[in-house]
Write a new protein. Structure first.
Length: 114
């Protein structure tokens, strides 16, 4: 039974990592398309910050998929390297989520005040 789980999990991890890669590429291209004109023009800091917050959301979404893939991978490979990698990604994702939410709250407060 364990063998068929490994055979199913390995390609599933590749697909989920592919989804994460796709999210990063889409978010990066979208950010580039939206940010370059703003940087060349005299735009408000509000507009630039909104673009970077949107990009951060793309990255957090991708990181979430990568974390899911790592959880699956760790379930079939129980070496300490895999567990350490999963822990590092979980910590990074947690910090990104925290700072993203803080930035979103600050942006909302500024928009309400302005």
């Amino acid at each position: 039974m364990n063998e068929w789980l490994v055979r199913i999990t390995e390609p599933t991890v590749v697909v989920i990592d592919g989804i994460a890669l796709l999210l990063i590429v889409i978010g990066t291209v979208e950010t580039l398309i939206r940010a370059v004109p703003l940087m060349l023009a005299s735009s408000s800091g509000h507009q630039r910050r909104d673009i970077w917050l949107r990009y951060a959301r793309w990255l957090v979404a991708a990181l979430t998929f990568q974390l899911a893939a790592d959880i699956l991978e760790t379930s079939i490979r129980t070496g300490w390297d895999e567990v350490g990698r999963l822990a590092a990604i979980a910590v990074i994702r947690t910090f990104l989520d925290y700072f993203l939410e803080r930035d979103v709250a600050e942006t909302r407060e500024r928009q309400k005040a302005g």
